[in-house]
Ligand binder design. Structure first.
Ligand code: NAD
Ligand code: IPM
Ligand code: MN
Length: 373
């Protein structure tokens, strides 16, 4: 029987809390569907720093390269905010993304019908929402050189005497490969891609637009392609999100636009993601799955975290890393059922009420729903 290897990196804050709930789901699939997962667990972020003095140990990086998939909770928190930049928890996450070369970050935003009234936008704006943001994840201003904080002492005009530098840099090859990922995904959905940049003010934006257009014209002429400035894109996402199918954008714009898209679905606690790289020997892409949200220090340790984003991230792993599409559908249906039954963690609790549950109770309800579907 095939075993599916999975490296779990719970991380910090609510990361371990939501991961405990994913474990229940994994156990359910093992016990009831005869699927063998070979699960290992390790440290990332502040938790790794506390033990090893670095936010990701080399051995953990090595393990991540060898497994079928990685599932990460969240990293960061106030206890680590004043650490040297090079050992901040977020560097561990960025190292995983960079060294695994996970260039395509899929951030779907779907509005479950049961939550349509809960979104901060009107029901008619978000009902039926199903968009996919494809965020470039291994380049751009997150990684461009030169970067750093330097002394600017020789400049008498500069009060404070310092300068902070980051560089937005994209090669044509980096743009083409993420564009291909977006077009491929669009073909399996609504067949439309909207590319977002700021070609009006950035040369890297001009290159982005030209290269996405090139991939379209030469390889995917059958997919509908449009271009939009990212600031207008942010506005359009809130004005009429249903106009979009797949959005492809750079690392920083994708980070911001996907947090905005999260609120369309009702809560940041609902949004999963998959970060995919090149195919491995087994034909599946190198992959890491993570909720879009962070470590939520404001609610950590209180049983308030919504585990759905992390559980939906595991559903994406079932689909993209293990070729278990039917099981992924089942898990998503179980979540839909629980929400339709009015089960609500605190972040989903609106004026219309519902059954308030803790993180752990939400996990139990989802497992219960799996058993009755
Ligand atoms: P955050 O996503 O942690 O929290 C933003 C808000 O959303 C908070 O009010 C939080 O309580 C709420 N929230 C987030 N996830 C939730 C969930 N599952 N259920 C209920 N409510 C939820 O963002 P932040 O506060 O800007 O960042 C906190 C820390 O997390 C920082 O150190 C940041 O760098 C880190 N971070 C990590 C990741 C990651 O690991 N992928 C992503 C974003 C932020
Ligand atoms: C995300 C986070 C990360 C990012 C941070 C924690 C490095 O905000 O995954 O969206 O900026 O990419
Ligand atoms: Mn983010």
């Amino acid at each position: 029987m095939t075993t599916h290897s999975l490296l779990i990196l719970p991380g910090d804050g609510i990361g371990p809390e939501v991961m405990t709930e994913v474990r229940k789901v994994i156990d359910w699939f093992q016990a009831n569907k005869g699927i063998q997962f070979e699960v290992s667990e390790d440290l990332v972020g502040g938790a790794a720093y506390d033990k090893h003095g670095v936010p990701l140990a080399d051995e953990t990086m090595q393990k991540a390269q060898e497994v079928d998939a990685v599932l990460l909770g969240a990293v960061g928190g106030p206890a680590y905010d004043n650490l040297d930049f090079s050992v901040k928890p977020e560097r561990g996450l960025l190292r995983l993304r960079k060294e695994m070369d996970l260039f395509a970050n899929l951030r779907p935003a779907q509005c479950f019908d049961a939550l349509a009234d809960f979104s901060s936008l009107k029901r008619e704006v978000v009902a039926g929402l199903d968009i996919l943001i494809v965020r470039e994840l291994t380049s751009g201003v997150y990684f461009g050189e030169p970067r750093g904080i330097h002394s600017d002492d020789n400049n008498p005009q500069n009060e404070g005497g310092r300068v902070g530098i980051n560089t937005q840099r994209y090669t044509s090859g980096e743009i083409r490969r993420v564009a291909r990922a977006a077009f491929e995904l669009a073909k399996k959905r609504g067949n439309r891609v909207c590319s977002m940049e700021k070609a009006n003010v950035m040369e890297s934006g001009i290159l982005w637009r030209e290269e996405v257009q090139w991939v379209h014209d030469n390889e995917y002429p059958e997919v509908e392609l449009s271009h939009m400035y990212a600031d207008n894109g942010a506005m359009q996402l809130v004005r009429r999100p249903n106009q979009f199918d797949v959005i492809v954008t750079d690392n920083l714009f994708g980070d911001i636009l996907s947090d905005a898209a999260a609120m369309l679905t009702g809560s940041l606690g609902m949004l999963p993601s998959a970060s995919l790289g090149a195919p491995m020997a087994n034909g599946r892409p190198k992959a890491m799955y993570e909720p879009v949200h962070g470590s939520a220090p404001d609610i950590a340790g209180q049983g308030k975290a919504n585990p759905i984003a992390c559980i939906l991230s595991f559903a994406m792993a079932l689909r993209y890393s293990y070729d278990l599409g039917a099981e992924a559908d089942l898990l998503e249906k179980a979540i839909e059922k629980v929400l339709a039954d009015g089960v609500r963690t605190a972040d989903l609790m609106g004026p219309e009420g519902g059954t308030p549950v803790t993180t752990s109770q939400m996990g139990d309800k989802i497992v219960e729903a799996l058993s009755v579907l």
